[in-house]
Design a protein around this ligand. Sequence first.
Ligand code: HEM
Length: 279
Amino acid sequence: MESKPTQRKAEPHQPTPVEKDGDTQPPVPEGARAPRQQLHRKIAAWFRKHPGMALAILVFATYVLILRNYSKLPSGVVMFNKDTLAAYNGKKNSPLYLAILGEVFDVTKGRRLYGEEKGYGGFVGRDGTRAFVTGDFTPRGLIDDVEGLSPEQLKSLIEWRAFYHKQYTFKGRLVGPFYDGAGRPTRLLRRVEEDAAKAKSEEELQREAEAKWPSCNVRWTESEGGTVWCDGGAYPRKVFLQLPGGKPTTKCACFAELGWSDIRQVYPDCAPDATSCKV
Ligand code: HEM
């Protein structure tokens, strides 16, 4: 059974909508809602009568929504697909375009490197992202697949992309694994960027650790086995490192002072004041 709420009056002891919400707007009188509901009913009845028109309106609304999505692209960003990019191959005097991580660049000014039959000509007219870290410039290697690349390799890709932004002209985005049809970064691209950023900060921490604790010299021969030693009268110590997000690791570092501790150990069978140890 359907109730008719429009005619019901508010009980005097009940809080008004203003008190409930803490809103400062005056409450809408109950009676004022009736015309709106009547209008809704009229519209629903009209749609039931004209199902064809209802469908047309639905299709139009979807189209408008899609267009609105496209217009969210940063202004001036052109979308390429495989075919439109392939046309910029330098043939018939066309410009030379390449893509890396789904971003398209005009590399025409580097014709001596990217022209037909030149060493890096294979990059032109396609997204050959993977080859930037594998060095495989064959058609099998010049692909946009980044599966199985290490965080360090992903970081290198990001650096190559920055290089193209600096040296060449950015032309647009390529629909594919890194950008969807509306020009939005895909989840894959976000993961690549995140993993690359992690690799970068880990490398920075490694560099800091290296600067703090300079590495020992290391030698290994079949007859003598391994030897570590320090120059300038410093003492070799086995240092235990735990970098954030990384696995625990050890390295041989040189220290000017003689001390040792749990994380800065003297090598077994080596005097604390020796400057060279067998390992
Ligand atoms: C993973 C391996 C490699 C990749 C992905 C790679 C990629 C590239 C790219 C894309 C360029 C063009 C840069 C630009 O637009 O200015 C370039 C230039 C160049 N590369 Fe490589 N390269 C690789 C290995 C090597 C090796 C092993 C050598 C040397 C034996 C080398 C020597 C050069 C030279 C001399 C240039 C030209 C620099 C110039 O004249 O401006 N590359 N490389």
